[in-house]
Write a protein that binds this ligand. Structure first.
Ligand SMILES: [Cu+2]
Length: 424
C-alpha cells in the first residue's frame, strides 16, 4: 500500500523516466530496428524480431551457432550505491565473438563487457547445432593470496537433456575449465522452451556469486512459444545474493558457516527496485525488466529463479497470469494464477493478456486500463534488501493505450439521465 502511494506520488517522475528511455535506441521491443535501417536480410530481421534485439551468436558457414562466453569477476552496483563483488560470465563487446585468450585485467576491460549478473541470454533454435566455448579469464579483483584465484568453472545446461560429457559437472567425466583454458560444448537443442545455464564447480559459492544466465530455445523464427502466439516477451531472472558471503569469497576463497548463508539482496535481472525512480540501476529503468505492453496484446513472461532457499511468490497487480509451460515443457492444459511460487532452478512461462480498454470499466481493483501497475514478490522477505523495503524484487507493467491520448469514459446514462453509481 505504502509503495502504491509512493508510485502514485512519483508518477510524474516515473513518466519522465520513461520518456528518457524512449529516446534510447532499442529501449523497447517496438524500437527494434527495421530491416532497411540496419540492412538486414529477411532472415536476420526475423531473428532480431524473435530475440527482441538481444545479441545473437555468430552463425558459421555450416549453419552452426557459435558463442564465446568468458568467466571473470568484478563489481555490480546496487541501487543503494553499494558495489558488490561478483563472479560471472560475460562476452565480447556487443557480440558473442571469439576475442582469443583473455588473461589480464587490462585485456578483460579492453575486450569484454563488464561482468554480467545474470549474463545475457543465449538464444538457440530447435535442431540447429550450437557450439559454446567457455574461456576462463581468471580472477582479477581479488587479493593475490585469496583462495578464489585460479578457480575452475563450467557451464551446466540446466533443463537440457544432454550427455554427461557436456553436462558441466566437473570431472563427470570432463575436467572443469581451468584458468586461461577453454572448453567447447556442442549440442543440438531438441525442445523449445526456457532454460538456464550456470557454473557447477563449487556450485553453492559460484552460483550465488553470480554465475548464471537464461537460455531461450525457439521452435522457429516467429513470436510463438509452445504453440502460443505472443506480441512481446520478457525474461525475468529472479535471484538472491549475499554481499557478505561474496566478500568472504573474494578475500579468502571460503565462505564460513554456509548453513547461515543469508541473502541481503533480492534481484530481478541482477537489479533491485528502489524508491528513487531516477536510479539507473533500478529494475524499472532497465528496458529488459520493465514490462511495456499495449492494450489488446499478449505478453509472454519467461520467469526463472536461482538461489539458496528463497521461494519467490510473484504477484502482478491487476492481471491473472496464464501458466502455459513449466520447466521448458508445455502443459497439457494451461491454468490461471495471480500468485505464482518459483523456486531455485524452476522456469515458468506465463502469458499475460492485456485487455482492450475500449470497454467502460468502473472497477478500480481490476484491469485499470492504460497506466502503471506493479508486479512483486509476495514473499515479502524478497522485497527487502539490506533491511530496506521496497528495495527488492519488484517491477512494473507499463501498459499503454493505442490511442496517443487516452479517451475518458463517456458518462453513464440511466433512464435518459446521467448516472453516477457511487451516489446510489
Ligand atoms: Cu565456477
Amino acid at each position: 500500500m505504502k509503495l502504491l502511494k509512493l508510485i502514485s506520488r512519483a508518477m510524474p517522475v516515473l513518466f519522465m523516466g520513461v520518456a528518457t528511455y524512449i529516446a534510447v535506441p532499442n529501449a523497447f521491443g517496438e524500437e527494434v530496428k527495421h530491416a532497411g535501417e540496419w540492412n538486414l536480410s529477411e532472415e536476420e530481421q526475423d531473428l532480431v524480431n524473435v530475440t527482441n534485439g538481444d545479441v545473437l551468436g555468430e552463425r558459421g558457414k555450416d549453419g552452426t551457432w557459435e558463442f564465446h562466453l568468458y568467466t571473470t569477476d568484478g563489481y555490480i552496483e546496487m541501487t543503494n550505491g553499494e558495489l558488490v563483488w561478483v563472479m560471472g560470465y560475460t562476452h565480447a563487446k556487443g557480440s558473442f565473438k571469439d576475442v582469443g585468450e583473455v588473461k589480464t585485467k587490462e585485456e578483460v576491460e579492453q575486450l569484454l563487457e563488464p561482468v554480467k549478473v545474470p549474463c545475457d541470454p543465449l538464444h538457440l533454435f530447435v535442431g540447429e547445432k550450437v557450439r559454446i566455448t567457455l574461456h576462463n579469464t581468471g580472477i582479477h579483483c581479488a587479493d593475490e593470496h585469496s583462495g578464489i584465484n585460479h578457480v575452475a568453472h563450467t557451464i551446466h545446461f540446466h533443463g537440457l537433456d544432454l550427455t554427461p560429457s557436456i553436462d558441466g559437472v566437473p570431472s563427470l567425466p570432463v575436467d572443469p575449465v581451468l584458468e586461461h583454458k577453454t572448453f567447447t560444448y556442442e549440442l543440438i537443442p531438441q525442445y523449445e522452451g526456457s532454460f538456464m545455464g550456470h557454473c557447477h564447480v563449487d556450485s553453492f559459492n559460484h552460483i550465488l556469486a553470480g554465475m548464471y544466465f537464461p537460455i531461450i530455445i525457439h521452435q522457429d523464427r516467429t513470436k510463438a512459444a509452445y504453440g502460443y502466439k505472443y506480441d512481446r516477451d520478457y525474461t525475468l531472472f529472479f535471484s538472491e545474493m549475499s554481499s557478505m558471503a561474496n566478500e568472504q569469497l573474494q578475500e579468502s576463497g571460503v565462505v564460513h558457516g554456509l548453513q547461515d548463508w543469508k541473502a541481503d539482496y533480492f534481484l530481478i535481472n541482477g537489479r533491485t527496485f528502489t524508491d528513487n525512480l531516477y536510479h539507473p540501476r533500478s529494475v524499472i529503468n532497465d528496458p529488459r525488466s520493465r514490462i511495456v505492453a499495449y492494450e489488446d496484446e499478449t505478453v509472454l513472461l519467461r520467469l526463472m529463479a536461482i538461489g539458496a532457499d528463497h521461494v519467490f511468490a510473484l504477484h502482478p497487480h491487476g492481471y491473472h497470469m496464464e501458466v502455459v509451460a513449466l520447466d521448458g515443457r508445455k502443459l497439457k492444459s494451461s491454468y490461471e494464477k495471480d500468485t505464482l511460487c518459483i523456486a531455485s532452478g524452476e522456469r515458468i512461462d506465463v502469458l499475460v493478456k492485456i485487455p482492450r480498454f475500449a470497454s467502460q470499466r468502473k472497477c478500480l481493483s481490476c484491469n485499470l486500463g492504460a497506466g502503471i501497475t506493479i508486479m512483486h514478490d509476495h514473499n515479502l522477505r524478497g522485497m527487502v534488501s539490506t533491511g530496506k523495503y521496497p528495495m527488492g524484487a519488484l517491477t512494473i507493467f507499463d501498459v499503454r493505450s493505442r490511442a496517443k491520448v487516452a479517451k475518458p469514459d463517456a458518462p453513464l446514462v440511466k433512464e435518459g439521465k446521467p448516472y453516477n453509481p457511487l451516489e446510489h
